[in-house]
Ligand binder design. Structure first.
Ligand code: SF4
Ligand code: SF4
Length: 712
């Protein structure tokens, strides 16, 4: 061991000890912050599925690969990061002896081949990601807008640096004739070696540089615990493991909303007490520990942002920036919380002055910030951000580390609505109508069956009919809203034509509760849902067909939380089945192309993409919009946005309508009464109502079967 090796070994040892000590401290501090969250016992179920899903999603990159080349490049970077760990370990042996390698496997030609291959592909991958970051970052409303760019550059530079060092070390070994792998297994290393001079300690010094770069990275991320772009390499594993629904292939936070929880238990409003139970989230520490883990894991990749309809129409909401604001706030407030600080449910400070004596003044100031509040109050999340969300789920769908944005947004809404009574005033009418009339429009209950007038066949009512196969859930829009009533009549006619035995609840039906739940009024949701659960249980309903994807989602996914498990299909699924089994036969395709707009609560939230397309494919020539299926763009009505004014930025329905019109289709088919209204209004707003028609999938099919005789 020469002088160079002794000096290099000492330096490598010192920097490594410093880095490891700081890393342990950082992990302990992150764990302490995450543990400030509320309990969430449901995250520990079914560990087998959780492990499988975590391995498939991380090692298989199932979410990232949807982004084709970027996903593939990131996969190689991830694998090379794992291999890098071995190469960095090897560097410690090379510092001591420049001709040495990793013990046990380090002399095996397969090791030489695999590390060489992965290093080359990892280098190409990271260079591609750097190129993409550079080319995307200046685009208008880029996915990187608001990301901490130096952190991304730093991580990318570290990976490039370590990989290049790896080739230089091997190159020096080649030049010194101490490299044991053949040229066919390590061609790049041999090529680099051909350019380098023979230098006995060359590999030692480069190995030391490699260790310095790696430990510099570890020190930097340890001093920046909110550096998600680096920490996600570790946190993505637990975050995916503890996702809400591990059995779901995509978007754990899609479909049902979580019930309102207090101390890890669902709240029942018959017993809930706002002085003892937590109603939604008013302070960052009132999120569950999984929420805080979500915020810590965000990689700042901006995929959620790039898909968000609010962000894409110049509204202040970006799901990425929302998550980053919550993360930064949680970590800045943490010293105060860890000292015992925090407010109880009545707003009183829990800690004594003595406990808070040593807390940093910045943490104390952070603790005073309201979670929801405008810039004048130094709020963490602006109310315009909170209320811009349509709960479309595009963010959840795209997030590679399974962050559950929609749950967090609705939890914050719940506190605002239930405790603060603070929400867009215009939505108050809808909530009052739900409470008093059982529907958002405030229409009289005895008008629920008006849509049946003029039909040339009888519709069974539950109660009158002894038995039926399907309950046809009409929904409030389907019963009261003029355009949606056409869909209701079309579906009823088609079911009748196909000989499906169905009945309706008529005046026994009330709103499913979706708009109340999405706006955050869990009390009204539970009231309506409970009433429907009792009605459906009494009627012994086993199968439901619904035309509204919001009802479809609520009845099928959320009533289970109130004890009702029932099979629910969307009308497009039932129609697809009836066409496929020959019970309905489209005879005359409609004129002109048809494009289909995926409703968020049918498509993304419930993965029904094919059934409506198959019905349309049998009835017309279907042309797709650029954003379709899981990447479809919201119409702007979800999340109770249907009942709020849209004052900021471009209207979401206009953005979507322009996309639909650009296909040149003569018909825009929808599968949701709210999409019907939004896209219909968009077409009228563009003055295209005489050229382009907006109708439901069911009406398209009915026309193909009945032609001009189809009821309007
Ligand atoms: S649910 Fe939709 S609107 Fe809401 S933040 Fe996510 S992408 Fe944006
Ligand atoms: S997609 Fe997920 S990881 Fe990426 S910025 Fe959004 S929340 Fe963060």
């Amino acid at each position: 061991m020469g002088v160079a090796q002794i000096v290099a070994t000492v330096l490598a040892g010192v920097v490594t000890i410093v880095a490891v000590v700081l890393a342990v401290r950082a992990v302990m501090s992150m764990t302490a912050v995450i543990r400030q969250g509320k309990p969430d016992p449901a995250r520990f179920t079914d560990k087998g599925t959780r492990t499988r899903t975590m391995l498939v999603e991380t090692l298989g990159h199932t979410r990232m690969l949807k982004w084709s080349t970027i996903g593939a490049a990131h996969w190689f970077v991830m694998v090379s990061f794992m291999i890098l760990f071995l190469l960095v370990l090897e560097a410690y042996f090379e510092v001591v002896d420049p001709a040495d390698g990793l013990p046990l496997i380090g002399h095996w030609v397969v090791y030489g081949l695999v590390t060489e291959l992965i290093a080359v592909l990892g280098l190409l991958g990271i260079l591609y990601l750097i190129y993409r970051r550079q080319s995307d970052k200046n685009k208008k409303r880029s996915r990187f807008t608001g990301s901490t760019m130096w952190q991304g550059y730093f991580v990318e530079a570290v990976i490039v640096g370590v990989l290049i060092c790896g080739f230089l070390i091997r190159g020096f070994k080649v030049a010194n004739d101490t490299f044991e792998f053949p040229g066919w297994a390590t061609p790049v290393s041999h090529a680099v070696g051909a350019l380098l001079p023979a230098a006995h300690s060359g590999a030692t010094w480069v190995a030391l540089i490699k260790i310095f770069i790696s430990m510099g990275w570890l020190i930097t991320i340890s001093l920046n615990v909110t550096m998600g772009v680096a920490w996600h390499r570790f946190l993505a594993f637990p975050n995916i493991f503890f996702k809400r629904s591990p059995e779901k292939p995509a978007g754990s936070g899609l479909g049902a909303l979580r019930p309102m929880m207090s101390e890890g238990k669902p709240l029942d409003f018959e017993e809930a007490d706002p002085e003892k139970d937590q109603f939604g989230v008013a302070q960052v520490e009132q999120f569950t520990w999984k929420g805080l883990l979500d915020f810590s894991t965000c990689t700042e990749c901006g995929r959620c942002q790039s898909q968000c309809p609010a962000w894409n129409t110049a509204k202040p909401l970006s799901p990425k920036l929302l998550v980053l604001s919550l993360r930064d706030h949680a970590y800045a407030k943490a010293p105060y919380l860890l000292a015992g600080g925090g407010k109880d449910l009545t707003g009183e400070e829990k800690a004594t002055a003595e406990q808070l004596k040593g807390v940093d003044v910045l943490a104390l100031a952070e603790a005073e910030r309201p979670l929801i509040g405008g810039a004048d109050e130094m709020g963490v999340i602006d109310p315009d951000v909170l209320w811009s969300c349509t709960t479309c789920g595009a963010c959840v769908e795209q997030c590679p580390v399974d962050i559950e944005h929609v749950d967090h947004i609705v939890d914050m809404r719940r506190y605002q609505v239930l405790i603060e009574s603070s929400f867009p005033a215009e939505a108050g009418v809808m909530l009052r109508n739900l409470e008093n009339k059982g529907n958002p429009w405030g229409a009289p209950q005895n008008a629920r069956e008006d849509w049946t007038k003029g039909l040339d066949f009888e519709i069974k009512r539950v109660g009158e009919a002894e038995d039926f196969d399907y309950l046809f859930w009409v929904g409030c829009a389907g019963a009261f809203e003029d355009r949606a009533k056409k869909t209701t009549r079309a579906v009823a006619t088609l079911l009748h034509e196909a000989g499906v035995d169905f009945a309706i609840l008529g005046e026994g039906e009330t709103c499913s509760g979706d708009p109340a739940r999405r706006i955050g009024n869990e009390f009204v949701f539970q009231m309506l849902a409970q009433q429907n659960v009792e009605t459906l249980t009494e009627a012994n309903v086993k199968k439901i067909v619904a035309t509204c994807p919001h009802c479809f989602n609520t009845l099928g996914n959320e009533y289970e939380q109130l004890g009702l498990k029932v099979e629910v299909v969307h009308h497009t699924q039932l129609l697809q089945h009836l066409v496929a089994t020959g019970k309905l036969t489209p005879v005359q395709p409609i004129e002109g192309d048809v494009t289909y707009h995926d409703p968020c609560y049918l498509g993304r939230h419930n993965r029904v993409f094919e059934a409506p397309r198959e019905v349309l494919g049998a009835s017309a020539n279907l042309v797709e919009m650029p954003r379709n299926s899981e990447r479809s763009f919201c119409c702007g009505a979800g999340g109770a946005r249907m009942w709020m004014e849209e004052k900021i930025g471009k209207r979401i329905n206009v953005e979507r309508t322009e996309e639909a019109l650009a296909t040149g289709a003569k018909t825009i088919a929808v599968g949701c009464p709210f999409c019907y209204t939004m896209i219909g209004d968009g077409v009228t707003g563009k003055g295209e109502q005489d050229n382009v028609e907006v109708i439901d999938v069911a009406s398209v099919l009915l026309r193909c079967i009945k032609g001009d005789k189809a009821p309007a």
